[in-house]
Design a protein around this ligand. Structure first.
Ligand code: GUN
Length: 342
């Protein structure tokens, strides 16, 4: 079944065991009395991402053995932003681990737009490269949409092209060739954690092209009723309090507080923010957009940061690359989402 078909049929399938939120567990205190406390179950992105990666590796070995095609991923990094360098390093590491052919293009932040376009064109014409990723953000003097538009749709590793985004959003459109990795990772986490989506209120905080906009559309395809909050939203707390599923992607440390959440909701925290922490060797630590310490007592399931959405993004990039390689020889793509059995 294609991705789009799966998205469309999700409304017709029951998602296993999603309705039973584990909240209000009774805990015996030392004095013998009971207090009621909500416990958020951790959604282990690292473990789920490892399973997706294993599947990609096995499918890659099969593609090589049966068709002599090794998926090829090219990653272009412009400049020396520490966060981008770290993301790219992890993407390349996992690509090597699943036995992909990889091409690295590292360019100084002084590179001209014309020269960057030439690099993209070279990769568009390289038959060993099936997927091209330009790490964002790009330096200010380069127009991101122009660069992203230059990537052939058939090699759009991120699924950011107008054609892929359009097909993701259209009812009855062609299945997208690739799906934005972080949103795909969020949906995969919800599905593999048996979270029921059909008919649930989902609130997405943030409306970026990379996360907020596509994840909102994907949640809607999974039959959620979706509200998108952003910097101009009024009464944000009130809206979030009605959400059964919260996807936080606003890029502000500790933005969502535990007392903004509906008891039993599911929280997917996309934020990766660094905050000063003198107790750490590096002098900082990474935290999400959600105040985890207060939220974990209210949510039924919650992703940690790090170890939640982050690892999923990279595994979904591997899946996109594999699928683009398969598409290049006319093979069906492997669905991005777990098939529902009921
Ligand atoms: N920068 C932050 N997230 C992403 C992503 O998913 N893809 C690309 N290309 N750049 C990013």
């Amino acid at each position: 079944m294609s991705d789009a078909q799966q998205l469309k049929t999700l409304s017709w399938v029951a998602i296993a065991a999603g309705a039973g939120y584990v909240i209000g567990k009774k805990m015996a205190s030392a004095g013998g009395s009971c207090e009621t406390k909500t416990r958020g179950e951790l959604i282990d992105g690292k473990a789920i991402a490892a399973k997706v990666k294993e599947d990609v590796k096995a499918a890659t070995q099969e593609l090589v053995a049966l068709h002599g095609v090794k998926p090829g991923l090219a990653v272009i990094l412009v400049g020396e932003r520490k966060d981008s360098q770290s993301y790219v390093k992890n993407k390349k590491k996992m690509a090597a681990e699943v036995d992909f052919h990889t091409v690295d293009v590292d360019l100084p932040d002084t590179v001209s737009q014309a020269d960057l376009l030439k690099e993209v064109e070279k990769l568009n014409n390289d038959p060993k490269v099936h997927a091209i990723l330009v790490q964002l953000p790009l330096p200010k003097h380069i127009d991101e949409p122009t660069i992203l538009k230059a990537i052939k749709v058939e090699k759009d590793a991120d699924g950011f092209s107008a054609a892929n985004i359009g097909n993701l959003c259209l009812k009855g459109g062609d299945p997208p060739l690739a799906i934005p990795c972080t949103p795909a990772g969020c949906i995969e986490l919800l599905q593999r954690s048996d979270v029921e989506m059909s008919g649930k209120n989902a609130v997405v905080i943030g409306r970026s092209n990379i996360v907020g906009m596509p994840v909102a559309n994907m949640l809607q395809s999974c039959d959620c009723t979706v509200t998108v909050c952003h910097s101009r939203t009024k009464n944000m707390e009130e809206i979030i309090r009605k959400a059964d599923i919260v996807v936080a992607a606003i890029g502000k440390a500790f933005f969502v507080k535990g007392d903004w959440l509906k008891p039993g909701c599911v929280v997917i925290d996309v934020g990766i923010n660094s905050v000063d922490d003198a107790t750490k060797k590096a002098g900082y630590r990474l935290v999400g957009d959600v105040d985890f310490e207060s939220a974990k007592h209210v949510a039924s399931k919650i992703t940690p940061v790090p170890g939640g959405v982050g690892p999923m993004t990279i595994s979904m990039l591997m899946k996109n690359t594999l699928n683009l390689a398969r598409h290049s020889i006319g093979l069906e793509r492997i669905p991005l989402r777990r098939q529902q059995s009921k």
